[in-house]
Design a binder for this molecule. Structure first.
Ligand code: PRP
Ligand code: URA
Length: 208
């Protein structure tokens, strides 16, 4: 599994503010959006390009533009929704699929409660968005769901990951590209990432 782990002062600074328990929902959402834009910079490096001829005020020039279909964006509800708007701002042509998954607090098994995906995913870059990769159960189920709909060019953007989740995805979905803002120490007994940032959905939407 191709894995890109960000090591960048600006992203680290924002992650620290996300982790801080005193950061409230409004600032938390803003930080998730800002981190997502920084992650987009690397994720988009793999998009195909082609050449276009333009006239600048000074001369003709042969310049690069994005080629092919815009990536399909698939936020994993709830928390992944917060990563959608900043990507749509940069990739306005991208179709959006929605996957609703909820992790059972006891078994830690994900339950799919919504799946609304665009047609014709085969051959098209498809980016799954979920800020937290803990046991990897949810991401694994989400990746299986989009593969079942034909997706075969997959990336996952996660802001914080546990080593356990990365290992699981390496075993179950070695074909996927993974972009993570930070890899933390471990999971605790309840399946939370340590040090992590707590429950991303609750912190985004003020439900804890
Ligand atoms: C969180 C998070 C991931 C999942 C990660 O969602 O957004 O989807 O947990 O945990 P895992 O890797 O162990 O599966 P949660 O199930 O809490 O739902 P929510 O976003 O609606 O709060
Ligand atoms: N989901 C979260 O939101 N946070 C974790 O640490 C683990 C799963």
């Amino acid at each position: 599994m191709e894995t890109f782990i960000f090591n960048h002062p600006l992203l680290s600074d924002k992650l620290t503010r996300l982790r801080d328990r005193r950061t409230g929902p409004h600032e938390f959402r803003q930080l998730v959006e800002q981190v997502t834009v920084l992650m987009l910079y690397e994720a988009a490096r793999h998009l195909p390009r082609t050449l276009r001829r333009v006239e600048t005020p000074l001369s003709p020039a042969t310049c690069q533009v994005l080629a092919g279909d815009a990536p399909v964006l698939v936020p994993v509800l709830r928390a992944g929704l917060a990563m959608l708007a900043p990507l749509q701002a940069q990739l306005p042509e991208s179709p959006v699929g929605h996957l609703g998954l909820e992790r059972d607090h006891g078994t830690l098994q994900p339950r799919v409660y919504l799946s609304k995906l665009p047609e014709k995913l085969a051959g098209r870059p498809t980016w799954l968005l979920d800020p937290m990769l803990a046991t990897g159960g949810s991401a694994g189920a989400a990746l299986s769901a989009v593969k079942a709909s034909g997706a075969d060019n997959l990336s996952l953007l996660s802001i914080i990951a546990a080593p356990e989740g990365i290992s699981r995805l390496r075993r179950e979905h070695p074909d996927v590209r993974l972009f993570v803002g930070a890899v933390d120490e471990k999971l605790n007994d309840c399946g939370y990432i340590v040090p992590g940032l707590g429950d991303a959905g609750d912190r985004l939407y003020g439900t804890s």
